[in-house]
Design a protein around this ligand. Structure first.
Ligand SMILES: Cc1cc2nc3c(=O)[nH]c(=O)nc-3n(C[C@H](O)[C@H](O)[C@H](O)COP(=O)(O)OP(=O)(O)OC[C@H]3O[C@@H](n4cnc5c(N)ncnc54)[C@H](O)[C@@H]3O)c2cc1C
Ligand code: FES
Ligand code: FES
Length: 484
């Protein structure tokens, strides 16, 4: 067991032993650590909650004999989460004092910066894109830059810079140095890390068995994975999290299985790693993840974390209910399965016992006659909290009658909830516009939404009804196509 963390910064292994450091704690964010170093002040703090991208850095980690580069919001990453990784900041990009990295040069050439506050963040997102895509499409560029806000330059020259730079198969000075960095990273021990300071205990187990033992011993400890929700308790609410069990170092939870008509996503898989597996068979969940936060968020956030929040606006929850997904909970006492709909028991409350961890999510593959869709309504398309989210599943029989229907809504009640009255009304009825319009009125029986900054109660009621009509409209085309 180790008590210090190690990572690569400036091409050298850097270690932090929190016991000897008065300034750094295990919940110090990577942003605040970097800002404390004289040579790494390029990274900026805008919002401290993952929304603006000014703090973007890139983390590289070995995948086989290559490094994988990912942009993250350093303002919501706790220091122990970069153990065993290379931390790359804007200062590391230029080769020497006179040669800029291609993404930096392109930003100069297209006049992509005015006040410059956002620029280091944009550069780092672009650098991650540069390392991962050659000749990216406009949609890929937009997606890579979704997590970065610029209030003065305007996005046209920035997008132009990304297109101009990303043309060389990711070749740069980092490519030349890759085997050296991999050697350094592989020399860092992956043993569990336990950090104990005067005020905090931060446990970073490397195996599930150990994590389950810790959770049994310390049922009140905070569990975290990507910390995209948890870290905000520190950065925005200024809470002292006295005891954390951080599961991000457990490789055995980072897997995806496809067998016997179901898929299983390990709890440790980031949403970015999960998405490619979903594109073909789980298009409604994939579509929801496409508008989930930004790349910086998806690179750390997990499905288990989204379930763990039990948030009434957790975007994956309605669509997971529509798919009939099942949460796997494990403890030292054993393992149990629970459907997502039953897992959520109230406002930010779940059926998880205090010694249990979510270890995977099982999603049945839809059969050909099941039509599943997801919808998210928010004030802007990207990087926004839902006003309403939904996951719908429909089975219509050969006579055009509703054989079964699931209508799960987020943002309409204190928890994700199915529209039971609407479902009951529609069951066994003809699936046509008249019936659907009649069914829409039952939303008022199912939900009594509140007004908040994201939308008024009446707006929510109307939008929830209209989502059902929108579903009918989308699905109608599909049913007609099936019959042709
Ligand atoms: C800028 C920004 C944008 C966001 N955009 C969206 C969005 O579009 N849609 C959306 O739904 N959410 C969004 N979120 C919220 C957050 O990213 C998600 O809820 C995410 O899925 C959390 O995953 P995580 O791994 O980071 O969880 P963490 O923050 O690590 O944990 C979240 C909760 O889950 C629990 N938990 C985590 N893993 C486990 C486990 N294995 N077993 C038991 N409990 C566990 C934790 O104890 C905690 O209560 C956003 C957050 C930010 C900061
Ligand atoms: S400071 Fe805004 S995303 Fe980190
Ligand atoms: S250049 Fe000023 S915020 Fe982007």
């Amino acid at each position: 067991m180790q008590t210090a963390i190690s990572f690569v910064l400036d091409d050298k292994i850097t270690s932090i032993d929190f016991g000897n450091s008065s300034a750094l704690t295990p919940t110090t964010t990577v942003l605040n650590y970097l800002r404390s170093l004289p040579e790494h002040k390029g990274v900026k703090e805008g919002c401290a909650e993952g929304d603006c991208g000014a703090c973007t850095v890139v983390l590289a980690e070995p995948i086989g004999d290559k490094l994988r580069y990912r942009a993250v919001d350093s303002c919501i990453v706790f220091l122990p989460m970069i153990h065993g990784k290379q931390l790359i900041t804007v200062e590391n990009l230029r080769t020497n004092s006179s040669v800029l990295h291609p993404v930096q040069q392109a930003m100069v050439d297209t006049d992509g910066s005015q006040c410059g506050f956002c620029t280091p963040g944009f550069i780092m997102s672009m650098f991650a894109l540069y390392k991962n895509r050659t000749h990216p499409t406009r949609a890929e560029i937009d997606d890579a830059l979704t997590g970065n806000l610029c209030r003065c330059t305007g996005y046209r020259p920035i997008v132009e810079a990304a297109a101009k730079a990303c043309v060389t198969n990711g070749k740069d000075s980092f490519t030349d140095n890759e085997s050296h960095i991999i050697g350094l990273l592989n020399a860092i021990s992956r043993e569990s890390i336990y950090i104990e300071t005067d005020k905090q205990l931060y446990q970073h187990p490397s195996q599930l068995k150990e994590a389950l033992r810790l959770k049994a011993m310390y049922p009140d400890a905070h569990v975290t994975h990507g910390a995209t929700d948890m870290a905000l308790r520190v950065t925005k609410k200024h809470e002292l999290l006295e005891h954390i069990i951080d599961l991000s170092g457990i490789d055995e939870l980072k897997y995806f299985n496809d067998a016997d008509g179901t898929v299983t996503a390990g709890a440790g898989l980031s949403l970015t790693d999960l998405m490619p597996y979903l594109k073909k068979d789980f298009s409604a969940l994939y579509a929801m993840l496409e508008v989930f936060g930004s790349q910086q968020i998806r690179n750390f956030a997990t499905l288990s974390g989204n379930l763990g929040t039990a948030s009434p606006i957790g975007d994956t929850l309605p669509v997971l209910i529509a798919y009939g997904a099942i949460v796997i909970l494990e403890s030292e006492r054993g393992k149990r399965e629970i459907p997502v709909g039953q897992f959520i028991t109230g406002y930010r409350e779940t059926a998880r016992e205090s010694d249990e961890l979510i270890t995977s999510v099982i999603i049945p593959k839809p059969s050909p006659n099941e039509i599943i869709r997801s919808y998210k309504i928010s004030k802007r398309k990207d990087l926004d909290i839902s006003t309403i989210s939904s996951g719908f599943k429909l089975v219509v029989d050969n006579e055009g009658t509703v054989a079964s229907i699931v209508l799960a809504y987020g943002g309409m009640a204190e928890r994700i909830k199915r529209a039971d009255n609407v479902e009951n009304f529609l069951s066994g009825k003809k699936w046509n516009r008249d019936t659907v319009e009649e069914a829409m009125q039952y939303i008022d029986k199912d939900f009594n939404p509140i007004s908040d900054v994201r939308g008024g109660a009446e707006m929510r009621r109307v939008a929830a009804k209209n989502l059902l009509l929108r579903f009918w409209y989308d699905v109608e085309k599909e049913i007609v196509l099936d019959q042709e």
